[in-house]
Design a protein around this ligand. Sequence first.
Ligand code: ASP
Length: 575
Amino acid sequence: MTSRTDYCGQLRAEDADRQVTVCGWVGRRREHGEHLAFIDVRDHTGLVQCVVDEKLDLRNEYVVAVTGTVRARPEGTVNQDLPTGAIEIGECQVEVLSVAEPPPFPLHERTDVDENIRLRHRYVDLRRPRMQRNLRLRASVNSAIRTAMEEQGFVEIETPVLIASTPEGARDFVVPSRMHPGNFYALPQSPQLFKQLCMVGGVDRYYQLARCLRDEDLRADRQFEFVQLDAEASFVDEEDVFEFISHAVAAATEAATGERPTEFPRITWRDAMELYGSDKPDTRFAMELVELTELFAHTEFNAFKADSVKGIRVPGGAESTTRKRLDELTEQAKRWGAKGLAWFRVEAAGLNSPVAKFLSQDEVSGLVAATDAVEGDLLLVVADSWHTTCHVLGLMRLELGRPPVTEGGFHFLWVVEFPLFEALDQAGDPIPAHHPFTMPHEDDIGLLDGGDLLAVRSRSYDLVLNGWELGSGSVRIHRAETQQKVFAALGIDEAEAEAKFGFLLDAFRYGAPPHAGFAFGIDRLVALLAGEENIREVIAFPKTQSGADPLTNAPGPIDEGHLDELGLRVLPPPS
Ligand code: ASP
């Protein structure tokens, strides 16, 4: 094979008259006349037009080495939209290195191809410029993150993949043990316990681009396996963690976009819920929730007699939102859990709404004043429990105001002081909002002994980007008494704690430094930086939404012999 001298996408007018050899795949072919044909030859840098003998059998996706002379394209045939559009390679000798069957789908950028077909032939799909760009962007992000962490004294340590269960709250993937029949390893939902053990082991600052596995339903921003930047440091508090992690994501953003974000604002969980109705607010746009509970405290209107009343103002929404759309939004609000949705068009004559007649004059003017409404706006009001009001209006805000993924820049936000417990389960035990090693807020530790558990704040924090939760972390409990209190509050007795986390509790008896950490999802960060709505676009070999891999056909059955060796029997699927 003739050696490559240049990449296809890098040839320019300055290269005219050079004899070059490029290698790649044959893209589109056009007949030229005069016994000649044009073919595009493509590699990961782009494509270049080559003029070849029309008799050559060169079909789509054949792999070729093309040797010829670079020359300026004739007047009028320059393609301004193509980086190599000023030149072509003429007088080409073509060596066919591999023939190819017709590709299962056209590789042309603008065609929309069914995702299953793309994934089934991912090796062809990866040749598309968009995938090449995304994978390379991901590699630059990883490299920037590694450098940023190492600059701050973090050491990369690999933790095992066959482990005992981790307490992240999702379902484990398990692996049967051949040598210990009837026993199973769990795959790590995160390296949480190992990184804490590293702190006891004097590592001081640990990081890892760690693969985590959680058996949860898949979504646009979730895969069974994903990669996190996982970090932990000793003798630090949350301020230090914010600094380490902000530095890493700023470096990653700069590597991907050329611009370094400087703002990493903070908001408490409570304020995030009050203002945005979400613990992962998209702060690219305002449309904040307006508090109206006081205003309607003595209302005669039954639908507004509730623990919490809030509203949002949709600027200019009065005209643009049709009655049909308002009905749809009302149905939507009900599906999200609200009893209903009140809407008001702000008009010159006052508020136009089916429910306006139930409100007093003071309530009407109070509503307009509180929301800063002007003529032409639309006001949406929900009255319900605090959680439902926030939740429903938070989703409504996104529905009506959220910009497309590629617009509005990158708005990072630290959400701090999450509650320690999310809710109570059916048995009345609290469900931890984070894993159970999260330190409670110092002022609230007293509440763990019989106080209002749902009011206990924790020293945990999330990093949010444009409404996506990138990751979370916390200051950890490093003292046995506090850990026991949290376990007791969670309804985990000593025997259970010993069985599940005994090795960590043992380790803590041998000198545990105060420590804190964080982990954020690389897939999500890269997707947002690449302007993609779906993390599958930034993963080389992802699973489909149903968890299957159409390329390798995983998951698949295993043979009887293998099952026997593992001591397993497969039951018929439940009917
Ligand atoms: N292990 C946690 C997670 O994967 C992150 C952390 O607390 O460091 O969400």
